[in-house]
Design a protein around this ligand. Structure first.
Ligand code: FAD
Length: 473
């Protein structure tokens, strides 16, 4: 990798996109300024997204396992939740990670400014520091990495702590007796899982006919079944028509063909109906950057905006709004600035839902293949045939490969089951290496592990899976 010293680079936003870009730019010898309102880099992912949610989900899993232990001959008494302690543990994780990023910035001599940036022109930023001072700073290139924020539905906006977005839900100010989650996407289901484990009666309402729209239905089914057991109710094909605060909570009016109770009162309501890009950066109109109709900044595969001095990466440029996509885009943008011949064109970007069971997929989905009328072959391996799943008492999972019928090449991978989020990385590598079903079937996987389910689904494709009997025709 060649270096590009002496270039002055500004990165606006210190999330996983922004700090990954800033660090690589410094490693390549550029003079880097990273601007973010927080005391240290981290962005949404570390302060109020991926990391705190996964810390709480870890605790939820532990509580759940303790409940299940009686199935295995071990009895625990009901867990006592020390909320301030749990909160401070979660905050400690965030503090350690963001503090570590602050250290890494210093070591790399990145100038980290706690503050906000606006544009004076394509090369000049007005930086308002948290300390109160303001500077005009000029750069050769600017990378916009301002991320996203929770979407708000105006009719569901009530100025009360009983109405929460994901940030407020992660603050964990209390464990409400009842919680309604509006939106059956991954953020709502993950946070609903946390509150259900801590003792809330959780309901989820989704306007579409299924949870996790976009994910294949066969992957969602085992999760749906489990959520049915731990949540109070799942309302599909249902919208929230109105919310009103009253003395005992939030009165919610539901609308839809399957609605049983048209009105219900909840202690708290979590609104998680998607995220909006932070593209309303003051002064952006003084540049040539073009913002598309859904608010995403428009970029090409080199992450270049329509302004030659300005690049944009991460949530602010579009779906999938995921941390790992942001980081890879950030690094690609920096390489392009350094003059390397690169583009951001991955074969697969994994998506993981960290519920219990987890759902993970990459590449083509069956839903998409059907929409595109594309011929594929699907090989499924049920975890009931996995020794490792049996030892974990988690046989509800399933691994599937989507394959090209002509070449046997892996076009997509889908997994539902415990630890699916870790397993999917093999699928992503398989796709990036243009692996075929033969490659996967011939790769020796360790026994007994859940990773064998990927190998055996390739064997299923050939009708020769050791642990799945296929009668001869
Ligand atoms: C509850 C929750 C759970 C999630 N879990 C996962 C997960 O498990 N895995 C995953 O991949 N993704 C997850 N995400 C999504 C993930 O957080 C985002 O995709 C990721 O943070 C996007 O990174 P980014 O660098 O584009 O921007 P962000 O992380 O959004 O960071 C942008 C930063 O820019 C700052 N900023 C904005 N405007 C300005 C300005 N004018 N000047 C200076 N700074 C500015 C913001 O304050 C912010 O700090 C989750 C999100 C939420 C809310």
């Amino acid at each position: 990798m060649t270096d590009a010293p002496n270039l002055r680079i500004a990165v606006i936003g210190g999330g996983p996109g922004g700090y990954a870009a800033a660090f690589l730019a410094a490693d390549l010898g550029m003079n880097v300024t990273l601007i973010d309102p927080e005391a240290n880099p981290g962005g949404v992912c570390l302060y109020r997204g991926c990391i705190p949610s996964k810390a709480l989900l870890h605790v939820a899993k532990l509580i759940d396992e303790a409940h299940h232990a009686s199935n295995w001959g071990v009895e625990y008494s009901d867990p006592k939740i020390d909320l301030p302690h749990l909160r401070s543990w979660k905050e400690g994780v965030v503090k350690k990670l963001t503090g570590g990023l602050g250290q890494l910035s210093k070591q790399r001599k990145v100038e980290y400014i706690q503050g906000r940036a606006s544009f004076e022109n394509s090369n000049t930023l007005r930086v308002s520091r948290a300390s109160g001072s303001e500077d005009l700073l000029t750069f050769d290139r600017v990378i916009i990495a301002t991320g996203s924020r929770p979407a708000i539905i105006p009719s569901l906006k009530l100025d009360t702590p009983r109405m929460m977005d994901s940030t407020a839900a992660l603050d964990l100010s209390d464990v409400p007796a009842s919680l309604l989650v509006i939106g059956g996407g991954y953020i709502g289901l993950e946070l609903g899982t946390v509150y259900a484990a801590l003792g809330s009666k959780v309901s989820v309402v989704e306007m579409l006919p299924g949870l996790l729209p976009g994910a294949d239905r066969d992957l969602v089914l085992p999760l749906h079944k489990r959520i049915e057991k731990i949540f109070d109710s799942i309302m599909l094909n249902t919208t929230v028509a109105a919310v009103k605060e009253e003395s005992g909570g939030i009165r919610v009016t539901f609308d839809g063909p399957e609605v049983k109770d048209r009105e219900k009162v909840f202690d708290k309501v979590l609104v998680s109906v998607g995220r909006k890009p932070n593209s309303e950066i003051p002064g952006l109109d003084k540049t040539q950057v073009h913002v598309g109709p859904r608010g995403f900044i428009q970029v090409n595969k080199q992450l270049q905006t329509t302004d030659p001095a300005i690049y944009a990466i991460g949530d602010v440029v579009g779906e999938p709004m995921l941390a790992h996509k942001a980081s890879h885009e950030g690094r690609t943008a920096v390489e392009v600035i350094a003059g390397h011949k690169v583009a951001f064109e991955p074969n697969a970007i994994p998506a993981v839902v960290f519920t219990d069971p987890e759902i993970a997929w990459c590449g083509l989905t069956e839903t998409q293949a059907q929409k595109d009328n594309r011929e594929i072959k699907v090989a499924r391996f049920p975890w009931g045939a996995s020794g490792r799943a049996m030892t974990l008492d988690r046989t509800e999972g399933m691994t599937k490969l989507l394959l090209d019928p002509q070449t046997d090449r892996v076009l997509g991978v889908g997994i539902v089951g415990a630890g699916a989020g870790e397993l999917i990385a093999e699928g992503v590598l398989a796709m990036e290496m243009a692996a075929t079903a033969t490659d996967i079937a011939l790769t020796v996987h360790p026994h007994p592990t859940l990773s064998e389910t990927i190998m055996e689904s390739a064997e299923v494709f050939f009708g020769t899976s050791t642990h799945v009997y296929r009668p001869k025709r």
